[in-house]
Write a protein that binds this ligand. Structure first.
Ligand code: HDE
Length: 664
């Protein structure tokens, strides 16, 4: 148990243990079925304190959901740095390789409500709270390294545009509507982020299989006071993988909880979920050596120019005990930093530094939200901030001010040498001005860089996603504006394709971005691939032999693959359980499918599931005891990625590992 989990025990109540039911005042309850009435058929009495308490609590059980990132899922884990990073930072958790720092991570979608589906086309939040010995450090990032806007003052506008439209609250958890695309056409700084959002990064296969990014440029400051600019990355051990858009839409219907279930179950089974922390570091003196402004959050530092150094590993390994108490009440803030980590002047980051505490005040009901168990640091803390709603601490002493002579100035600030936080001593000078720096003006080069870096199938997915999204817009003006102001300026071929698809005007050829660099690290095709924790749905006819089932299971499970048998009903064949049917699952819920046929004919649902798996470019395996299936199927057994698993299971496994047969 890590230090934070241990600390949480103080507030953990185990109702699964034999416990007598009481009121919140601790009074034992003799009966919990009937309210207190004047006569069996009479009115309920006001004096029924048990009824009143139970109902009042229920009436007040909801708190406001987060204004963005409302739907989230949290897990515990720990982080360990590989080697001391003291040349860059004095942060204790980044300089002591023997230290295991507890973490709590909350993954989220951005636009949808708390009850929305797991795979809309959306950005994913990736927030990490490190409970360090020097206080909590929050890395509140996303699964995309850039953002839509360059200045925080535009955030309410962006969010109002992407959220359901205010007059009818349609659509839920989707950017495919007029107000969002209108915003994009009027705010072309979003061009680069739009490429990410239209790419497969926006529909991850699993929360365990996506990258994370701190987005902004931050600072690392070492003991000597020297500062480096830094970009933070999380690299998933399993690589970054996606589903396809048609599949995502089906999954959202078949299993709205697809991502959280995947994470919960994998952690529950003891499959460690691992991410490596990566740093891109440049010395402060190199601030002006890039062909963009390092303060601009719509720009990446191409990994080929500034390599990502992998400096530590985060292992997520424990589920929460109580979703509300932990995941819903956790309060992240990019301003929660520790000595050795500091901010840059990125105007988006600067605005975030205000917003996050402000939002917790309304969401968690007052200034003492840091005392909620999940938010409490694991190191000692002391100051003069007493009172306020929901004060949980009883602080001794007559004085609650500094300086004082009555209590010897306790609690006393620590000097930087003693570990006190010292803001980086940056020189700042300027006139007050509402303006954007000229150096933020280039909106299209890196959008083009991203497109240049895609494999053909990835590029096609972007074109198709744009066609879907603009096709959903009702306003012709919006479609035309996006094409003219954004798409056409990034890439002519993309403009031609989309204009044709959505019946919009093809804008006149303009000087599109001529940026010809590419960055292979941006393509998801270049991330690690693995068989571990992959899922295979094995569809069977009712007469398949027990032995065949056992052998098939064995064949896959030895590679860490999870096998589910899907039959006409839930039953046992010998010792083997057929736990799923076509009522309970679908091929979209698996990475790959296999069909095992005995004498009996394939069910129509199996044929349909296979066709959909084929369409979604999944590996398909088959094993036929008797007869033939080629006539029943809507694709050829000779097609790429369709394999007889009795003859060539290795080929099938290769295809599963490759995730999809993109060139089928
Ligand atoms: Fe957030 N963001 N954000 N954001 N954000 C919130 O804080 C905000 C931005 C991110 O799991 C809110 O506690 C502003 C960028 C994540 O609990 C709110 C701006 C990035 C989460 C807020 C941004 C993020 C939030 C809503 C523009 C990636 C979920 C609830 C200046 C680096 C945290 C809350 C969790 C949540 C404001 C832009 C990531 C309103 C004003 C850029 C992962 O405070």
């Amino acid at each position: 148990m890590n230090k934070k989990k241990e600390e949480l025990q103080k507030n953990t109540i185990d109702n699964t243990k034999k416990a007598k039911m009481t009121t919140n005042q601790g009074v034992p309850i003799s009966e919990d079925e009937f309210s207190l009435k004047a006569g069996e058929r009479g009115p309920t009495l006001m004096e029924d304190f048990h009824f009143r308490e139970k109902m009042t609590h229920f009436d007040h059980e909801r708190i406001p959901e987060r204004v963005v990132h409302a739907r989230g899922f949290g897990v515990h884990g720990e982080f360990q740095v590989y080697e001391s990073l003291e040349k860059y930072t004095k942060a204790d958790f980044l300089t002591d390789p023997s230290k295991k720092t507890p973490v709590f991570v909350r993954f989220s979608t951005v636009a949808g409500n708390r009850g929305s589906m797991d795979i809309p086309r959306d950005v994913r939040g990736f927030s990490t709270k490190f409970y360090t010995d020097e206080g909590n450090y929050d890395l509140v990032g996303n699964n995309m390294p850039v953002f839509f806007i360059q200045d925080a003052i535009k955030f309410p506008d962006l969010v109002h545009a992407v959220k359901p439209e205010p007059h009818n609250e349609i659509p839920q958890a989707a950017s495919a509507h007029d107000t969002f695309w209108d915003f994009v056409s009027q705010n072309t700084e979003s061009a680069h982020m739009i490429m990410w959002l239209m790419s497969d990064r926006a529909i991850p296969r699993s929360l365990r299989m996506m990258e994370g990014f701190g987005v902004h440029t931050f600072r690392l400051v070492n003991k000597e006071g020297k500062s480096h600019f830094v970009k933070f990355h999380w690299k998933p051990k399993l690589g970054a993988h996606q589903v396809v858009w048609d599949e995502a839409q089906l999954i959202n219907g078949k299993d709205i909880d697809f991502h959280r279930r995947d994470l919960w179950e994998n952690i529950d089974k003891g499959n460690a979920v691992e991410f490596e922390l990566g740093l891109q570091v440049i010395p402060e003196e190199d601030e002006f050596n890039m062909d963009f402004d390092v303060l601009d959050p719509t720009k990446i530092w191409p990994e080929e120019d500034v390599p990502v150094q992998l400096v530590g590993k985060m292992t997520l390994n424990q589920n929460v005990d109580d979703y509300f108490a932990e995941t819903e009440q956790v309060a992240f803030h990019p301003g929660h930093v520790v000595p050795g980590i500091d901010f840059s002047n990125d105007p988006l980051l600067q605005g975030r530094l205000f917003s996050y505490t402000d939002t917790q005040l309304i969401r968690l009901g007052g200034p003492n939200f840091h005392q909620i168990p999940i938010n409490r640091p694991v190191c000692p803390f002391a100051n003069n901030q007493r009172e306020g709603y929901n004060q949980m601490n009883i602080t001794k002493g007559q004085t609650s001010y500094h300086k004082n002579a009555l209590n010897d100035n306790q609690p006393e600030p620590a000097s930087p040498e003693e570990g006190g936080f010292e803001h980086y001593n940056e020189k700042v000078e300027g006139r007050k001005i509402r303006a954007r720096s000229e150096s933020f003006k280039d909106h299209f080069s890196q959008a083009k860089l991203f497109l240049n870096s895609m494999q053909p199938h990835e590029k096609q997915h972007i074109f198709d996603a744009l066609s879907f999204e603009l096709g959903k817009c009702k306003s012709m003006d919006v479609r035309n504006n996006v094409l003219k102001e954004v798409i056409n300026k990034i890439d002519r071929e993309m403009a031609q394709y989309v204009a044709d698809k959505v019946g919009a005007d093809l804008p006149e050829a303009v000087e599109e971005s001529t940026y010809d660099k590419s960055s292979p690290a941006l393509s998801m095709s270049n991330t690690p691939a693995s068989l571990e924790t992959r899922t295979i749905g094995v569809m069977i006819t009712p007469d398949v032999a027990e032995q065949t089932l056992k052998e098939t299971k064995e064949k896959f499970e030895k590679h860490g693959i999870e096998v589910s048998f899907i039959g006409d009903k839930i039953h046992s064949i010998g010792d083997v359980r057929v736990e799923e049917t076509f009522d309970t699952v679908h091929s979209v819920l698996f990475d790959a499918v296999v069909v095992l046929k005995g004498k009996a004919q394939l069910q129509p649902e199996a044929i349909e599931n296979l066709a959909i798996a084929f369409k979604h470019k999944k590996a398909i395996g088959y094993g036929i005891d008797e007869g033939d299936i080629s006539d029943a199927l809507q694709f050829s057994l000779e097609a790429k990625g369709v394999t007889d698993i009795e003859k060539d299971v290795d080929q099938f496994l290769e295809d599963v590992k490759a995730h999809r047969i993109w060139d089928r």
